[in-house]
Ligand binder design. Structure first.
Ligand code: MCN
Ligand code: CUM
Length: 782
C-alpha cells in the first residue's frame, strides 16, 4: 500500500485507530451522572383502536421515575410530530396503532432492566381492526382507512406524482415495432446498520439548554426540527452525533424514541438514555423501497430503444415519513430513463398508506435511484430477452455517447459528464465477456446453469441546487469553516456527518491537497451543532459533492489570505506571487518562497498587513451546488445456479465505477465493496415480509438476512475517471453507487442462468425457493 503524505491518494483511515481498537464513542457509550433509562412499549397489532391504557402498576414499580403515554404528550402538544415529508407521525399513539411495533408508551427507570420490566406492567386494551398490508389493496373501495386522524380522510391515498411527457411517450409506444412490458417489485428492505438508533437527552434546568447525543446523519437539520417540535430556540439545543456505527439512511429521520428521551429528561430533570434493540430497529424504523412497478419499454426491431412508460405504486407505510427533497415525493425516481438515449419517457407514481412502519427511502438509495436503476436495467434485459439479443450488445447500442454531455434527460435532469461506452467496455474486458458466454454455452450443453448479468447505472447525487431542493423548507446547502493555527496546523469544521465513510480522513486530505500540508495536520470536526457551521448533513451521497466542494473552496480562500500575508512578508504585490503546493513564492525566484506554516505564524505576528486584512488565515464558506453530480458505472455479475435446490452462488463480480476524481482510492473501493455486498443481500436474501394480519416476519437477523463474506466473491474492481465539470476538484459521490447498481446485475445474472427454463423475470429476493418456483413456472409473489 502506498501512502500519500500530502493530498489526494490512498492513505489509511485516521478514524480506524480508535474503531479497530474498540475505542470509538457511540451513543450507547455516553454515560452521564444520574442518567436514567427509557424503554418503549410497542403495539403487538398492525391496526387497532386503543380503548384504554392503564399505567398505574408500571408507575408503582420502585425503580420507575416516569411513564409517558400519548395522553401525557398530548398535554405538552407533543403527541404528534412532523415527518420529513410534511405528514405527521404519532410519537406515542393516542387514538389507534397503525403498524406492528408502533410506539405506545415510554417508561423511564433507574436502569435498563427495570425500564424493560415495567413495560410488562402496562395494560393496554386494544380493539383490533382489519389491516391493509398489500399496497395493491390500499385503494380498494372497502379498504379500512388508516389515517382517520387526518381531517376529511376517506381513503389511503397519499399523493400522485408524474414526470416526463405522456403524450410524447404514448406516441412513441403507439408506433413502436416492439413493446416489452414487465411488472416488478422492489421489495421492502431495511438498512440494518450494526448500531441501532438511540439518544441520550439532557435538559439542563439551570441553563435551559437541551443537549441530545443521538444517532443522526444530519445534526443541524435535527436541531431545527427539535426547535420546531419542542418550541425551544435553536441556541438552546445542542445536537451531538458521536461515532456512528453505520447509518445507510436509517439515521436521517427523527424517531419517537428520541422525542420521548427528550420529554423524559424534561419530566424527570435527569439525563435519559434510550437505545432500541435489534428487533425494534428492524420493525419500527425507516424501511426502504417497497415499490410495485409496471414498466414498458419501446424499441425498434433491431434494438434501438425509443421510450419508457412506468407506473409505480409506492407503499409508504402508516405515516409518510420518507426523507427526500420536498418537491420530489418519489425521490429522484424521475431519473428512471437511466443511461440511455431515448425519444420519450413518462412515469407516474402513486403513494399509499399501509399498516406498516413509516420511512421509505433509506438504505443507500440515492433518493429512490435504486428503484429507478433496477427498473430500467431489468426492462432492458427483458427487452433483450424478447428480441433475442445479447444484453451487452443492446446496451452498447443505446448508451448515451460522450458528446451528448452535458445531457438534458427526457425527464428534466442535466447529467453533468460521462463516458458510458468506455465504462461498459472496461467492465466487459475485465470480465472477459466473450469467454464467459462461451463457457456458458458449454455448461448449458452439460445441463449446468450459469448466468451472466450486466447492469449500467447513472446516479444523481449531491442534493442539491437550493432553489430546487429543500427538506422542510431548509435549502440543501452546506457550510465549512477552516481555522489555521499559528504553527500551520488546521481544524476543519463541517456540517456533514460520517457514519463510517471515513470523512475524518478524506476531508483532511482535501484541505491537505489545497494547502500543501500533511493530512495529519488537519483535524476534522463534525457532528456537534455547537461547533460546526449549519448544513443539511450526510445522505444521498452528498458529502463529497457538497461538503467536499465547500471544503476545497474554504481551503482555497485560506490560500488566498495566505497570499496577502506572504506579499507583506516578501514586500511584493500579491499579483507577483505564485503558488506551488505548500508555499507562495515570488514569480521567477523559486528560492524566495514562504511556506504556509511560515505564513500562518506571520499572520499572527506583528507583521504589518494591508488595512482591510485581519490578522489570521481563518475562513468560512457556504456552498449551494449548481447541479447534482452524476456518477455512473458498469457491472458484470456471474452466477452459478443449482437447478435442484435453487441455490445461487455469485461466482464473480466485476464493478467499474466512475465517480470522477477520487480523493482516497482505498476508501472509494471500500464504499464499493460494501455496496456490492448490499446488492447481493437485496437480490438474493432480503425482504421485510408481513403476514396478512400485519405481523412482521423479519424482526431478527435470523429472519432478515445480511450477506457475509461467505456469500460474496472476491470483488474485481475497475475504474474510469470522468471529472464533474462543476465540482471544484471534479469529484462525484460514490457512497451509494454500488448498492444502486448491483441488485439488477445479480438479478439479471440469475434470470440469464434460468434461460433454459424460459424464465423472463422473477422478483427479488431470489431465494432458493423463489428460484425453484421460477424454474417450475410459478414465480413467488412477495
Ligand atoms: N470519496 C472519495 N472520492 C470520491 C467520492 C467519495 O474519496 N470521488 C470518499 C469521500 O470523501 C467519503 C466516502 O468516499 O469519505 C463517501 O463519500 P460520498 O460518496 O460523498 O458519500 P457520503 O460521505 O455522503 O456518504 C453517504 C453515503 C450514503 S447516503 C449511505 S446510505 C452510505 C454510504 O455513504 N452509508 C454508509 N456508505 C456508507 N459507508 C459506511 N461505512 N457506513 C454507512 O452508513
Ligand atoms: Cu438513502 S440512504 Mo443514504 O442517502 O443515507
Amino acid at each position: 500500500m502506498t501512502t500519500a503524505p500530502v493530498g489526494h491518494g490512498t492513505m489509511l483511515r485516521k478514524e480506524d485507530a480508535r474503531f479497530i481498537r474498540g475505542r470509538g464513542t457511540y451513543v450507547d457509550d455516553v454515560t452521564l451522572p444520574g442518567m436514567l433509562y427509557g424503554a418503549m412499549l410497542r403495539s403487538p397489532y398492525a391496526h387497532a383502536r386503543i380503548a384504554s391504557i392503564d399505567i398505574s402498576a408500571a408507575r408503582a414499580h420502585p425503580k420507575v421515575r416516569a411513564v409517558l403515554t400519548g395522553d401525557t404528550l398530548a398535554g405538552l402538544n407533543l403527541a404528534w410530530m412532523p415527518t420529513l415529508s410534511g405528514d405527521v407521525q404519532a410519537v406515542l399513539a393516542t387514538d389507534k396503532v397503525r403498524f406492528q411495533g408502533q410506539e405506545v408508551a415510554f417508561v423511564v427507570a433507574e436502569d435498563r432492566y427495570a425500564a424493560r420490566d415495567a413495560l410488562e406492567l402496562i395494560d393496554v386494551d386494544y380493539e383490533p381492526l382489519p389491516a391493509v398490508i398489500d399496497a395493491r389493496q390500499a385503494l380498494a373501495e372497502d379498504a379500512p382507512v388508516i389515517r382517520d386522524d387526518l381531517e376529511g380522510r376517506t381513503d389511503n391515498h397519499i399523493f400522485d406524482w408524474e414526470t416526463g411527457d405522456k403524450a410524447a411517450a404514448d406516441e412513441v409506444f403507439a408506433t413502436a415495432e416492439v413493446v416489452s412490458k414487465q411488472d416488478m417489485l422492489y421489495p421492502r428492505v431495511h438498512p440494518a446498520p450494526l448500531e441501532t438508533c438511540g439518544a441520550v437527552a439532557h435538559l439542563d434546568k439551570v441553563t435551559g439548554k437541551l443537549t441530545v447525543w443521538t444517532t443522526t446523519q444530519a445534526p443541524h437539520a435535527h436541531r431545527t426540527l427539535y426547535a420546531i417540535v419542542a418550541g425551544l430556540p435553536e441556541h438552546k439545543i445542542r445536537i451531538i452525533s458521536p461515532d456512528i456505527g453505520g447509518g445507510f439512511g436509517n439515521k436521517v429521520g427523527i424517531y419517537p424514541g428520541y422525542v420521548c428521551a427528550v420529554v423524559g429528561s424534561i419530566v424527570t430533570g435527569k439525563p435519559v438514555k434510550w437505545m432500541e434493540d435489534r428487533s425494534e430497529n428492524l420493525m419500527s424504523t425507516s424501511f426502504a423501497r417497497d415499490y410495485h412497478m409496471h414498466g414498458e419499454i419501446a424499441s425498434t426491431r433491431d434494438g434501438k430503444i425509443l421510450g419508457l412508460r412506468v407506473q409505480v405504486l409506492a407503499d409508504h407505510g402508516a405515516f409518510n415519513g420518507t426523507a427526500q427533497p420536498t418537491k420530489f415525493p418519489a425521490g429522484f425516481f424521475g431519473v428512471f430513463t437511466g443511461s440511455y438515449d431515448l425519444t420519450a419517457a413518462h412515469c407516474s407514481v402513486t403513494g399509499v398508506y399501509t399498516n406498516k412502519a413509516p420511512g421509505g427511502v433509506a438504505y443507500a438509495c440515492s433518493f429512490r435511484i435504486t428503484e429507478a436503476v433496477y427498473l430500467v436495467e431489468r426492462l432492458v434485459d427483458v427487452l433483450a430477452f424478447d428480441l433475442g439479443m445479447d444484453p451487452a450488445e443492446l446496451r452498447r447500442k443505446n448508451l448515451l455517447r460522450p458528446e451528448q454531455f452535458p445531457y438534458p434527460s427526457r425527464t428534466g435532469w442535466e447529467y453533468d459528464s460521462g463516458d458510458y461506452p468506455r465504462a461498459l467496455e472496461t467492465a466487459l474486458d475485465l470480465a472477459g465477456y466473450a469467454g464467459l458466454r462461451a463457457e456458458q454455452r458449454e455448461k448449458r450443453e452439460r445441463g449446468e446453469l450459469m448466468g451472466i448479468g450486466i447492469s449500467f447505472f447513472t446516479e444523481a447525487v449531491g442534493a442539491g441546487p437550493r432553489k430546487h431542493m429543500d427538506i422542510l423548507g431548509l435549502g440543501m446547502a452546506d457550510g465549512a469553516e477552516l481555522r489555521v493555527h499559528p504553527t500551520g496546523k488546521a481544524v476543519l469544521r463541517l456540517s456533514c456527518q460520517s457514519q463510517g465513510q471515513g470523512h475524518e480522513t478524506t476531508f483532511a486530505q482535501l484541505v491537505a491537497e489545497q494547502l500543501g500540508i500533511p493530512p495529519d495536520d488537519v483535524d476534522v470536526v463534525h457532528g456537534d451543532t455547537d461547533q460546526t457551521p449549519f448544513g443539511l448533513g450526510t445522505y444521498g451521497s452528498r458529502s463529497t459533492p457538497v461538503s467536499g466542494a465547500v471544503t476545497v473552496m474554504v481551503a482555497r480562500k485560506v490560500r488566498e489570505r495566505a497570499r496577502i500575508v506572504a506579499s507583506a512578508m516578501l514586500e511584493v504585490s500579491p499579483d507577483d506571487l505564485e503558488w506551488e503546493k505548500g508555499r507562495w513564492f515570488v514569480r521567477g525566484d523559486q528560492a524566495s518562497g514562504r511556506t504556509i506554516q511560515e505564513i500562518a505564524l506571520a499572520a499572527h505576528s506583528d507583521l504589518e498587513l494591508p488595512e482591510d486584512v485581519e490578522g489570521h488565515l481563518d475562513a468560512t464558506c457556504v456552498y449551494n451546488p449548481p447541479n447534482l453530480t452524476y456518477p455512473f458505472g458498469a457491472y458484470v455479475c456471474v452466477v452459478d445456479v443449482d437447478a435442484g435446490t435453487g441455490q445461487v452462488k455469485v461466482r464473480r463480480f466485476v464493478a467499474v465505477d466512475d465517480c470522477g476524481v477520487r480523493i482516497n482510492p482505498m476508501i472509494v473501493e471500500g464504499q464499493i465493496h460494501g455496496g456490492l455486498a448490499d446488492g447481493i443481500g437485496m437480490a438474493l436474501m432480503q425482504v421485510m415480509a408481513f403476514d396478512e394480519d400485519g405481523n412482521h416476519l423479519g424482526g431478527s437477523f435470523m429472519d432478515y438476512l445480511l450477506p457475509t463474506a461467505k456469500e460474496c466473491p472476491s470483488w474485481e474492481l475497475g475504474e474510469t475517471v470522468t471529472p464533474s465539470p462543476h465540482h471544484p476538484i471534479g469529484a462525484k459521490g460514490i457512497g451509494e453507487s454500488a448498492t444502486v447498481g448491483s441488485p439488477p446485475a445479480v438479478v439479471n445474472a440469475v434470470i440469464d442462468a434460468l434461460r433454459p427454463y424460459g424464465v423472463r423475470h422473477a422478483d427479488m429476493p431470489l431465494t432458493p425457493a423463489a428460484v425453484w418456483s421460477a424454474v417450475q413456472g410459478r414465480p413467488l409473489r412477495t
